[in-house]
Design a protein around this ligand. Structure first.
Ligand code: ATP
Ligand code: MG
Length: 298
């Protein structure tokens, strides 16, 4: 059965000259139990797509059905309820509340269950932490955990309401290879239990865990590949992913355009305004700083 059905979904940000077409008539069906990797260059619309699918945002045009129900135009409170009951989120960073222990962080999504005692909530959280191999860290504060451990706790928190759909936007973006493996193995375990998982990655190696890989470019899904779990998707490391790779001339042209636009020394041509389009190996070596694009538009 299709869990997710998008039909001609577009998302526009901004107005007039400053309009960005973040998603351009995307039609997509995802079946229950699929483990989908979403790849594509920076700015191509991956997070926008995840936010729409996760009901954190609404499409400008088009239809979205989740579990057979039309959800494109829900009120914020209805969307929040569906999110709470069906969807677990894992993000690249800002995952845990720093002043709460691992256990309290995991129990947080249960707060709305007013008929459940705090002791019961903590018990539930504890058993989920156990499931992700983090029981011995229950009372640690987030700053006492490694990156991989923080993400394991974040995965536990995403699971605590027993969602059927897990959305992970670059869950390994800030992790080294051990941390990445830990997180992906956990997601695999969750997948084996029947969950549908969507994850965004820039790392072609991680397509090994998926059984389907979507490649995005300029707000569209330009390639959709079914893959065998355990294998890197055939086009992940070459072809599709390198569409966005810039030549040295492109880089120089971009820099000189910026210098022309902002010539004054008190207003230097901030590199952050330029779209990052690097090779995949460079990406892995340099963890991404998320808010660059918002700063650039100020
Ligand atoms: N809130 C917003 N307001 C205006 N423009 C936005 C907003 N969010 C995203 N965009 C624009 O929409 C496009 C798609 O952004 P999105 O964050 O979905 O890209 P992405 O593929 O997730 O990139 P990355 O790999 O860098 O995370 C970009 O051009 C971005 O600048
Ligand atoms: Mg993103």
């Amino acid at each position: 059965m299709s869990v997710i059905e998008l039909k001609d979904v577009s998302k526009l940000y901004g107005f007039g000259d400053a309009t960005t077409l973040a998603l351009d008539e995307v039609s997509l069906t995802i079946e229950e139990g699929e483990f989908v990797a979403i790849m594509g260059p920076s700015g191509c619309g991956k997070s926008t797509l995840m936010n729409l699918i996760g009901l954190l945002d609404r499409p400008t045009h088009g239809e979205y059905s989740l579990g057979g129900r039309r959800v494109s135009r829900l009120t914020a409170s209805r969307a929040a309820k569906i999110r709470r009951d069906r969807i677990g989120f894992i993000f690249q960073s800002f995952n845990l509340i720093p002043r709460l222990t691992a256990l309290e962080n995991v129990a947080l999504p249960l707060t709305y269950r007013t008929n459940m005692s705090q002791t019961k909530r903590l018990k539930m959280a504890s058993s989920i932490l156990d499931r992700v191999g983090m029981q011995s860290r229950e009372y640690y504060m987030p700053n006492q955990l490694s990156g991989g451990q923080v993400q394991s706790v974040a995965i536990a928190r995403a699971l605590v309401n027993n969602p059927s759909l897990i959305i992970a936007d670059e869950p390994t973006g800030n992790l080294d290879s051990n941390g990445s493996r830990l997180v992906m193995e956990l997601l695999s375990e969750i997948h084996k239990m029947g969950n549908t998982i969507l994850f965004v990655t820039h790392n072609p190696e991680l397509t090994r865990y998926a059984n389907r890989v979507l490649y995005m470019h300029d707000g569209r899904v330009i390639h959709d590949e079914k893959t065998a779990i355990g294998r890197v998707a055939s086009t992940a490391s070459e072809g599709m992913y390198k569409i966005a790779k810039m030549t040295e001339e492109d880089d120089l042209a971009g820099v000189s355009a910026l210098m022309k636009a902002k010539p004054h020394k008190d207003n230097p041509p901030a590199r952050r305004g330029r779209k990052r389009k690097t090779t995949t190996s460079k990406r892995r070596a340099t963890p991404k700083k998320k808010p660059a694009k918002t700063k650039a538009t100020k």
